[in-house]
Design a protein around this ligand. Structure first.
Ligand code: SF4
Length: 168
């Protein structure tokens, strides 16, 4: 009986045929960033009127769950996104700062509305911080008084793009 010997590259070709387009190679960092960008866990913080729009974003009409961002946390150690919705009063500033510091890294801050961005109509008042960036680095600013839920989504998706690209 005569056995034909297989071509030398037969093993590699068979493997290539078997895997085809079913395998994606990437880096661990890219995979982490992709997963993070689709699963922000926002911390519940709100003051005044902007939080009402943030709450509406979580309701059935606007449905923040479409993007995977609906897991609002009441504990900073379980959150990676601080949405500052509304103004920060001088009295609350040390508390908000401490809450931010208790969040694990990597973490992001989104300033929602004119008050969080710059103090808004209370900027020249005696009791309001002139913007969340007086306390910590803000990654995304969403202007408006108040911004609609769609504007919040726009800010979240812009943050998603940055996190996905590792720009943080
Ligand atoms: S930006 Fe306007 S809507 Fe938002 S908290 Fe300030 S005053 Fe209220």
């Amino acid at each position: 009986m005569v056995l034909a010997s297989p071509p030398a590259d037969d093993g590699a070709s068979a493997l290539q045929r078997m895997l085809g387009d079913n395998v994606i190679t990437t880096t661990l960092e890219k995979m982490w960033n992709w997963a993070r960008s689709w699963s922000f866990w926002p911390l519940s913080y709100g003051c005044n009127c902007c939080p009402i729009e943030m709450m509406a974003a979580g309701g059935a009409r606007f449905d923040i769950a479409r993007f995977g961002y609906e897991v609002f946390r009441a504990v900073p150690r379980q959150a990676d996104l601080l949405v500052v919705a509304g103004p920060i009063t001088l009295k609350m500033a040390p508390v908000v700062k401490r809450v931010y510091e208790q969040m694990p890294s990597p973490k992001w801050v989104l300033a929602m509305g004119n008050c969080a961005t710059s103090g808004g109509p209370f900027r020249d008042g005696y009791s309001i911080l002139p913007g969340a960036d007086s306390l910590f680095k803000v990654d995304i600013y969403v202007p408006g008084c108040p911004p609609r839920p769609e504007a919040l989504f726009h800010g979240l998706l812009e943050l998603k793009r940055r996190v996905e690209r590792g720009e943080y």
